[in-house]
Design a protein around this ligand. Structure first.
Ligand SMILES: CC(C)(COP(=O)(O)OP(=O)(O)OC[C@H]1O[C@@H](n2cnc3c(N)ncnc32)[C@H](O)[C@@H]1OP(=O)(O)O)[C@@H](O)C(=O)NCCC(=O)NCCS
Length: 140
C-alpha cells in the first residue's frame, strides 16, 4: 500500500508469493494520483520484497484493452506470454498473461513525485509469518 502524508491510501497492490512465483492479483492507484509513478514505485517495492522472500518470476493477468496497465508492466520488464480467450466478463474480453523473469534489474526511469509517500507492506506465506513494515519511499 502507498499512503500520503496524511495516511490516506493512494495506491494498493494485492499479491501472493507461491513457491518462486509472485502472482499480482490486483493493483490500483487513486484516479487523481495516476501517471506520476506511484504504481511503478509500489510494484518495484512489491517485486523487491517478493525477491527477498524467494520469488524468481512474476506473473499476472490483464484485460487486453488495458493500455495503461500494459504500458506500466511493459516498462517494468513484463512481456505477454499467452492469451486466455474470453476470460473476463462484463464486458467479455481476452486476458493477456504477463510474465517477468528474474528480479535482478529493477532500475527504471526516474520519477520525482514519490518522495513523501510511505510504503506499507504486509507479507508472508501464512498469517502467522506475516510481517508489517512502513518506510519512506526513495525517489525512482
Ligand atoms: C494501471 C495503473 C495502476 C497505473 O498506475 P500509475 O500510477 O498511473 O502508473 P505510473 O505512473 O507508474 O505509470 C508508469 C508507466 O505506465 C504507463 N502508463 C500508465 N498509465 C497510462 C495510461 N493511462 N496510458 C498509457 N500508458 C500509461 C506509462 O508508460 C507510464 O510511464 P510514463 O508516465 O513515463 O509514460 C492505474 O492506471 C490504475 O489504477 N488503473 C485502474 C486499475 C487497473 O487497471 N489496474 C491494473 C490491473 S492489472
Amino acid at each position: 500500500m502507498l499512503r500520503d502524508a496524511a495516511g490516506a491510501v493512494v495506491a494498493f497492490c494485492v499479491c501472493w508469493v507461491i513457491f518462486d512465483e509472485l502472482h499480482i492479483n490486483t493493483l490500483a492507484v487513486k484516479p487523481a494520483d495516476r501517471r506520476v509513478g506511484l504504481a511503478t514505485t509500489l510494484l518495484r517495492e512489491v517485486m523487491a520484497e517478493a525477491a527477498a522472500a524467494g520469488a524468481k518470476n512474476a506473473t499476472l493477468e490483464v484485460r487486453a484493452s488495458n493500455t495503461a496497465a500494459l504500458g506500466l508492466y511493459t516498462r517494468l520488464g513484463f512481456h505477454v506470454a499467452a492469451k486466455r480467450p474470453r476470460y473476463y466478463t462484463q464486458p467479455e474480453e481476452d486476458a493477456l498473461i504477463l510474465w517477468r523473469e528474474g528480479f535482478d534489474d529493477l532500475s527504471l526511469k526516474a520519477h520525482s513525485a514519490c518522495g513523501s509517500l510511505r510504503v506499507c507492506t504486509s507479507s508472508g506465506r501464512t498469517p502467522s509469518t506475516r510481517r508489517r513494515k512502513c518506510r519512506q519511499t526513495s525517489k525512482r
